[in-house]
Design a binder for this molecule. Structure first.
Ligand code: SF4
Length: 159
């Protein structure tokens, strides 16, 4: 979805968004039943719990040094290809609940996009991406995360 401004090459090298520490483990993506089953078939040890109509990975307690890799991550990249979860397709944009309103924020951890001017990031949203994100969240509210400090708010949804 962000191929226009995120180069596949830099994403393939980076993979920051597929590995989580104890502070951003809440960022793990919400899978559909179909993708969850696909991962379980390839990685039988992968655990999932229900979140709304979707599924998220079960992650045990992590200490400060431990990292959790998404079970869909392989040495060659994401095994889901074009069927990645919506969360991953819009990364590093996030949809969060800010003061009772849905809002699109951006994760500062993405070095490729966060270095762009804010105006470019907002422009991309105005070109139809924001509408897609808000519409998807209406039918899949489980993807909406609680607001997390440090994520700049780029756009509020309609009240
Ligand atoms: S589903 Fe794929 S793109 Fe998304 S976090 Fe997992 S490995 Fe990364």
């Amino acid at each position: 979805m962000l191929k226009k401004i995120l180069s596949p090459g830099s994403c393939a090298e980076c993979r920051l968004c597929c590995v989580f520490d104890r502070y951003d483990v809440w960022e793990t993506p919400v899978f559909t039943e179909e993708t969850m089953l696909r991962i379980k078939e390839a990685v039988p040890g992968a655990g999932f719990v229900r979140k709304g109509e979707g599924y998220i990975s079960t992650v045990g307690e992590l200490n400060d040094e431990q990292l959790f890799s998404c079970p869909a991550l392989t040495p060659k990249g994401c095994m889901l290809g074009d069927d990645k979860p919506f969360d991953c397709r819009i990364w590093p944009y996030r949809i969060m609940e800010v003061g009772g309103r849905r809002s699109i924020t951006i994760a500062s951890i993405c070095p490729e996009l966060y270095s762009r001017p804010l105006s470019q990031l907002v422009e991309m949203l105005k070109e139809g991406l924001a509408e897609t994100i808000f519409r998807y969240a209406d039918s899949h509210p489980e993807i909406v995360k609680p607001y997390y400090e440090g994520y700049p708010v780029l756009m509020f949804g309609k009240e």
